[in-house]
Ligand binder design. Structure first.
Ligand SMILES: C[S@@+](CC[C@H](N)C(=O)[O-])C[C@H]1O[C@@H](n2cnc3c(N)ncnc32)[C@H](O)[C@@H]1O
Length: 203
């Protein structure tokens, strides 16, 4: 799927996104975001920040640049940052061509977006490029479960999910992260391996 199509999907779903996510955020996602983002520091880039659901979980002292392909999603992230009184700079852009110099961020974050990037290896490669050598890359993704029946079900629903949300249910995101040259230092599965929290370094 091309980025143009992803933009169209998220332009239409921006206003309902937070409502759709509310229950899962309360039950599990909020905790997972918070646990991972405890390690964020300094000048932070969140790639595909969406409506800014992760913003409330950053520790104090982070100044955050939030990039997304969808201006409609990003507008809601700005509202969220304003209501949290958080330093936040919105940037409309493509994760696969980040408009930042090499080594410009202490922490690079991306959540629930490796499933939608048209070329996930290119996007993770860009996160690696813009992260300082001593920086950290923090990822929270849903992935293909390594169990035959569930994995097959994910394969079956993926064409529908791509059409509706631009979302591949069956990606092996850890493989894409490693293929982009990131060094995974910790990988914590949750929900029977459906969710994966990854901490990585650029080299
Ligand atoms: C499922 S939403 C996740 C939003 C947010 N990260 C969260 O955790 O709620 C996926 C987001 O990825 C963005 N996206 C997809 N492909 C992108 C790309 N190539 N560059 C920038 N943003 C992209 C979409 O616009 C959308 O906001």
């Amino acid at each position: 799927m091309e980025l143009r199509e992803i933009r169209r999907i998220y332009a239409e779903s921006a206003v309902s996104y937070d409502r759709l996510m509310r229950l899962q955020e309360r039950v599990l996602m909020g905790k997972l975001r918070w646990r991972l983002l405890r390690n964020a520091r300094g000048h932070v880039l969140e790639v595909a920040v969406g409506t800014g659901l992760s913003l409330e979980h950053y520790p104090p002292g982070c100044d955050i640049v939030g990039l997304d392909a969808s201006p409609e999603m990003l507008r809601l992230a700005v509202e969220q940052a304003n209501s949290l009184q958080q330093p936040f700079t919105p940037v409309v852009g493509d994760a696969e061509r980040l408009p930042f110099p090499d080594s410009s961020f202490d922490t690079v974050v991306s959540m629930l977006a490796g499933c939608t990037f048209p070329d996930p290896v290119a996007a993770f490669g860009e996160m690696r490029r813009v992260c300082r050598a001593d920086g950290t890359i923090l990822l929270l993704e849903h992935v293909r479960v390594n169990k035959p029946v569930i994995g097959k079900l994910q394969d079956l629903i993926t064409p529908y999910s791509v059409r509706r949300h631009g979302c591949h249910q069956n990606r092996n995101t850890a493989t894409h992260v490693a293929a982009a040259g990131l060094r995974i230092t910790a990988a914590r599965p949750s929900l029977g391996g459906y969710l994966l929290s990854i901490e990585a370094q650029p080299a």
